[in-house]
Design a protein around this ligand. Structure first.
Ligand code: SGN
Ligand code: CA
Length: 745
């Protein structure tokens, strides 16, 4: 293991010519008006201190009731604190991708943890670098691909570790440092500031901590900072989830039921009380420790753990007292991790002071999202509720930002990139969706008249860790509106009357006008940010049958035998039901594969096709019909659904270049020719028929074969006015046969 001594050699000094060119560039750059905004002659340096899962409730400058963060507070005293600062997608990788690109998740492509960041896209560090800044990122990255746009980087693999962490180096090698991750990230950052850069050029440093992310492993020096003093409980620790969507109850992030005995609660050995703790995940950090680190760890935890075990065995603790104990253990660990982050802020501020750089350096403190510190009974994040929607954002910029100011402007992490570019005098590219905060910073925190009145939020991970469903929504100064596609429910909160978000008033007649207005605002904002959920890949793995069908169908597809594949929703899946005999007669001979999933919309098909559902099939023909659920569930605009169908055709063309595609017009629905769903489907069909290319894609509309002369849809063919019966499937097969033949089957 390496001690953290400087690894920046003389190589940096050997860049004489490049430096001269850069200095010349700066002479030009300083002529730009915003480059003169702070200290004359040179655009400001930027130090971005970023942590992971640090909630504003644990920052004293934000009014914490649970801890004291003197160094972060100093930034607030000397700068501006944003009380209405939000993330766009409350998860690690997604938040970071928003920051890099200035765009919402659906456009930067990083929707969920585990995605891989497309580093070919435009990012702010690339542009700063081009403008002559030296750029560095040290610490947690979590975007899958290597950082691009940085002169120097050294990042944790994935989530990284707290104790004796390994860092990925720029040459791809890995280096382990001995010590505590927050301190090491700070050491490495200061080392870069001291030895890794050219002092004659401005710089942008991202110092990105792992802490206080789960499993909240603190450094020994802070075991006793808050010691055994009880931390006040939040009023909603015992939330019963009434008055809101039932999806809340399905979460798996409660302190009461979802804390691991080893990993979270720091017990050694086998779980002695499985009614209260989850088993199966030991404290991996302990295993990484040196004997000295283990000794310090055990000296703090063991006596307390043993005392808890003794009291449990003696039956001294009620269920609620166990919850109280767990909350205290959680907060002890979380807050001690935060304390080390605060130390880091202190060290970086001191370094800037000691080196005469405080004046012309902008310092920001932020964190990738908020976190639940027991509110609603939870840990973790993901939900649109305040605690995890909020991000701390504190900024010090001497000479520009008035000290000790607060701003209520609604800001979001997509604003960071434009802000950093604007500070550096670099024009903000039109494709970035965020806005520069400079006008707010320069006016004591007041937002300009045309500032946004609502932020847009979207969480895409659906069912993964913690079982939080996909949802999106908007938040204005007073209200929050959220939509949950799985249950197609709205939730509306009046934050003024109900700041803890305990009662959705979406059905309350008193709020009928507010609901309508906010729904309109929500739709406007989605259009403004180009959010089309019909093209954003989504899965339904939270539904057991869907997961199982996906597994089975993918396994079948892996055999690669099918000469014919059907792709779609319940109408296609119905070939296995009412259409079974027809299928046997017409398609069994082609080893045909049915990739119809009941209830799927275009976005689900897109997800399936890009996540292995096609296996190894190379069919002669693929028959696609999709979109009626985009109409039926959400009444999505025809343009949007057509774009979803187009994306599906594009994916199929890419993956199966030799396959001929029969794109079916969506079947008519509803009895009456004026059925709104029917009309929407017709409008979609009018658009998708243009996808036929006379070569690979054939468009087939058989609506007329189903409809009566007066335009009504007969019960005799579609008993529920949506799904064909056996006769309906026969009609479909009869219409399809000659086409399949023509296409070589
Ligand atoms: C890990 C954690 C989760 C956490 C995610 C995402 N589990 O999977 O509790 O929600 O990270 O966090 S753990 O068992 O590894 O501790 S994020 O900040 O990276 O998005
Ligand atoms: Ca995080």
């Amino acid at each position: 293991m390496t001690k953290t001594t400087s690894c920046f050699g003389r190589a940096w000094l050997g860049r004489g010519l490049g430096v001269a060119v850069m200095i010349a560039a700066w002479v030009l750059a300083t002529a730009l008006p915003s480059a003169r905004a702070s200290a004359p002659g040179r655009p400001p340096n930027i130090v971005f201190i970023f942590s992971d899962d640090h909630a504003v409730q644990a920052i004293s400058a934000y009014g914490s009731k649970v801890n004291h963060t003197p160094h972060i507070d100093r930034l607030a005293q000397e700068g501006m604190l944003f009380v209405n600062s939000f993330c766009a997608n409350s998860l690690c990788g997604p938040s970071r991708a928003c920051i890099q690109t200035g765009k919402h998740s659906h456009l930067n492509g990083f929707l969920r943890n585990g995605d891989r960041f497309d580093s070919s896209q435009l990012t702010f560090p690339k542009l700063l670098q081009k403008a002559g800044y030296q750029t560095a990122i040290i610490g947690k990255w979590h975007l899958g691909t290597d950082p691009v746009g940085y002169d120097y980087w050294e990042v944790l693999p994935g989530q990284g570790n707290y104790y004796n962490p390994v860092f990925i180096q720029m040459d791809g090698s890995r280096k382990q440092y001995q010590g505590y991750v927050t301190d090491i990230i700070t050491d490495r950052s200061i080392d870069w500031l001291e030895h890794g850069r050219d002092p004659n050029r401005p710089f942008m440093l991202m110092c990105q901590h792992k802490a206080p992310h789960r499993n909240w492993s603190p450094p020994p020096r802070h075991f006793d900072t808050y010691g055994d003093r009880p931390v006040p409980e939040p009023p909603t620790l015992r939330d019963d989830y009434s008055g809101r969507t039932r999806l809340l109850k399905e979460n798996e992030m409660t302190i009461a039921h979802h804390m691991f005995w080893g990993h979270d609660m720091k017990f050694h050995g086998e779980n002695l009380f499985p009614d209260y703790f989850r088993s199966g995940l030991a404290n991996g950090e302990y295993r990484r420790m040196t004997p000295e680190q283990k000794a310090a760890w055990d000296a703090w935890y063991e006596p307390r753990n043993q005392e808890f075990i003794r009291r449990m065995k003696a039956g001294e603790l009620s269920e609620d007292e166990v919850l109280q104990w767990k909350y205290q253990r959680y907060m002890h660990d979380y807050l001690a991790c935060v304390q080390a982050v605060d130390d880091s802020v202190g060290r970086l501020l001191k370094w800037l002071d000691d080196n005469g750089l405080a004046e012309n350096t902008v310092v920001i403190y932020s964190s990738d999202q908020g976190f639940y510190l027991g509110e609603h009974g939870w840990f973790d994040k993901r939900w649109i509720f305040e605690e995890s929607l909020k991000m701390p954002f504190i900024i010090r910029w001497p000479g520009v930002v008035a000290p000790g100011t607060r701003s209520e402007a609604l800001i979001q992490n997509i604003d960071y990139a434009p802000t950093f570019l604007d500070m550096a005098g670099v024009p903000v590219p039109a494709e970035m969706q965020g806005r520069s905060l400079l006008p707010v910073l320069k006016s004591g925190g007041k937002a300009p008249a045309d500032w946004r009145d609502a932020i847009y939020y979207a969480y895409y991970e659906n069912v993964a860790a913690h079982n939080v469903p996909m949802h999106d929504g908007i938040r204005t100064a007073r209200y929050k509106l959220a939509f949950f596609p799985r249950t197609r429910e709205w939730q509306l909160f009046d934050l003024q009357k109900d700041p803890m978000e305990l009662r959705s008033v979406h059905r309350d007649p008193e709020y009928a006008n507010v609901l309508t207005a906010l729904q309109k605002r929500y739709r406007d904002l989605k259009r403004f940010y180009q959010v089309n959920s019909a093209v954003i890949p989504a899965h339904r793995r939270g539904e057991a049958w869907w997961r199982e069908r996906e597994r089975q169908k993918t396994a079948e597809a892996r055999k690669g035998k099918a000469q014919l594949v059907f792709i779609g929703d319940s109408i296609t899946q119905g070939w296995e039901g009412r259409g079974k005999a027809v299928w046997e007669a017409h398609y069994a001979k082609y080893d045909a594969l049915n990739l119809g999933f009941s209830g799927d919309r275009t976005e689900h098909v897109i997800w399936r096709l890009t996540h292995g559902n096609l296996g190894r099939v190379k069919p002669k023909v693929a028959v696609v019909m999709i979109g009626t659920n985009n109409t039926g569930h959400l009444m999505q605009e025809p343009e949007e659904v057509a774009a979803g169908v187009e994306a599906i055709i594009r994916i199929l063309r890419e993956k199966l270049p030799d396959t001929r595609i029969v794109l079916m017009a969506i079947f008519p629905r509803g009895h009456s020719p004026f059925d709104l769903g029917r009309l929407n489907n017709i409008a979609i069909n009018q658009r998708i028929r243009r996808l036929a290319d006379g070569e690979h894609v054939r468009y087939l509309d058989i609506s007329d074969r189903f409809l009566a002369p007066d335009g009504t849809l007969p019960k005799e063919l579609m008993p529920d006015f949506l799904h064909p019966n056996r006769r309906g499937y026969e009609i479909w097969a009869e219409a399809l046969d000659p086409v399949l033949k023509e296409l070589g089957l």
